[in-house]
Design a protein around this ligand. Structure first.
Ligand code: AMP
Ligand code: ZN
Length: 467
């Protein structure tokens, strides 16, 4: 596996610290609202990376966090007149729902910042003891210049940074470059007791602490969106390496940004979408497929047209699999062994599997990997027929399902509606009936019937069953 490492700025062969194992940490979202479609990019990309490494036989310890204490969460809680914990717990629950819809595998560990405060206090104390941090009036600062390698990830020169940050000098800091590890409490804010008084941690320290706790001082891969390179990841390196005296992460992976209609996503511009909104318009599989159609290091443009295009290309894969299933079920096939005339087709499909793997090995080139799946689909569409052997049909079908599965796409789910989707269609039908939109209500009933779901209107409400 070759990975583009932001640290060396080139593709490098992946060599794990411990044979057969991958220790990786991915920075997760701040939970003050529903996760947006941009947040979904690292979630989907690195889940796919993990799935591929597992396919290769690695045991992956995958850690990602929820930032559940932060200014934005506090602001939201004040606006709504509720406790910050209520805000964060609610949006953590919603984020899990979205991740499930996007078929993201649950992390090995999924820590929350507020549950790791002791570890943060302990790392901050170590940094003070080692001369890398100091306290002033209840605030603890990291002494940026005390870390010789500062800037090694973002390729920034510490002296250039200094001139840029002079405007924002806070008098009590020894140096304008120093950043906050712990800040004193303010009225109405959540706080924890610490050796420096009541307060709460700065943002950067949480990832250093959670990474060390669940993965050890040295990890293979640290990942996140490219906006995190500076200052977040640069500061994480400074904290972790100064505290442990060891090098922190061997590979740094960063996804490029997702834009909407070629513009930066922003609430004030009105081009801001949550995952929840988009998943109401499209099957979440389409969202996932859309994201993986681009290389993770290329900027990705999100638009209705591009989503429609992704929808129809995904349908081509799903239709091919259901056609193969139909041929297998219809029984009009020869015996269980491959026919001589089919050996070359099997070889072609195996070569395409290799092409798929080579693409994934090349810094997770999912776009080229998907192209290889389409080549298999093309072979199946042309060469798999009623008179093909069961062996060939099964081989082609399983290969497509397996390779799509590594991308987190269920290719044989076509005919099968999930319970959740059925419930939401029933709800929509009830709403349509309330609005006297009987055409829509009948349409939903027929659509469900087509998928083998029968609705029964009872006094207690609508019941459904599969036939
Ligand atoms: P945040 O909640 O802003 O800390 O973001 C959580 C994760 O989503 C981080 O890895 C960010 O880099 C990533 N992210 C945020 N916005 C976008 C975007 N528009 N495109 C891609 N990744 C993003
Ligand atoms: Zn982080």
């Amino acid at each position: 596996m070759r990975i583009y490492n932001t640290l060396s700025q080139k593709k490098e062969e992946f060599i794990p610290i411990e044979e057969g194992k991958v220790r990786m940490y991915v920075c997760g979202p701040t939970v003050y609202s529903y996760i947006h479609i941009g947040n979904a990019r690292p979630i989907i990309v690195f889940d796919t990376f993990r799935r591929y490494m597992e396919y290769k036989g690695y045991d992956v310890n995958y850690v990602t966090n929820f930032t559940d204490v932060d200014d934005k969460i506090i602001k939201r809680a004040i606006e709504e007149g509720i406790d910050t914990r209520e805000v964060s717990e609610n949006y953590i629950k919603e984020a899990y729902r979205d991740m499930e819809a996007l078929n993201v595998n649950e992390a090995t560990h999924h820590p929350k910042a507020t549950e790791e405060i002791d570890g943060m206090i302990s790392m901050i104390s170590t940094l003070i003891d080692k001369g890398h941090a100091y306290e002033k009036n209840g605030t603890v600062y990291y002494k940026t210049r005390s870390f010789e390698d500062y800037g090694k990830l973002s390729k920034k020169n510490i002296d250039d940074l200094e001139s840029g940050s002079r405007i924002a000098v806070a008098e009590e800091k020894d140096d304008p470059l120093d950043f906050v590890l712990w800040k004193p409490k303010k009225d109405g804010e959540p706080y924890w007791v610490s050796p420096w008084g009541d307060g709460r941690p700065g943002w950067h320290i949480e990832c250093s602490v959670m990474s060390a706790k669940y993965l050890g001082d040295q990890i293979d891969i640290h990942a996140g969106g490219e906006d995190l390179i500076f200052p977040h990841h640069e500061n994480e390196i400074a904290q972790s390496e100064a505290a442990s005296g060891k090098s922190f992460a061997n590979y740094w992976m960063h996804n490029a940004f997702l834009n909407i209609d070629n513009k930066k996503m922003s609430k004030s511009e009105g081009n801001f979408f949550t995952v929840r909104e988009i998943c109401q318009q499209y099957d979440p599989q389409v969202v996932r497929f859309f994201m993986l159609n681009a290389h993770y290091r290329s900027p990705l443009n999100f638009s209705k047209d591009l989503m429609e295009a992704a929808n129809s290309s995904l349908t081509r894969i799903l239709t091919c699999v259901s056609q193969l299933e139909f041929l297998l079920e219809s029984g009009a096939v020869q015996g269980d062994d491959l026919l001589d005339s089919e050996l070359a087709l099997v070889k072609d499909i195996e070569d395409l599997q290799k092409k798929y793997e080579d693409s994934m090995e090349d810094d997770l080139n999912t776009a080229d990997a998907i192209a290889a799946i389409f080549e298999i689909v093309k072979i199946a569409n042309i060469s798999c027929k009623g008179e093909s052997s069961k062996a060939l049909l099964t081989f082609a079908k399983d290969k497509i399902v397996e390779l799509a599965g590594i991308l987190g796409i269920n290719a044989h789910r076509d005919e099968e509606l999930l319970d959740e989707k059925i419930e939401s269609l029933i709800e929509e039908r009830q709403q349509a009936r309330k609005n006297k939109d009987f055409a829509r209500s009948d349409e939903i009933r027929d659509m469900l019937l087509n998928k083998g779901i029968v609705l029964e209107d009872t006094r207690e409400g609508v019941r459904w069953r599969r036939i």
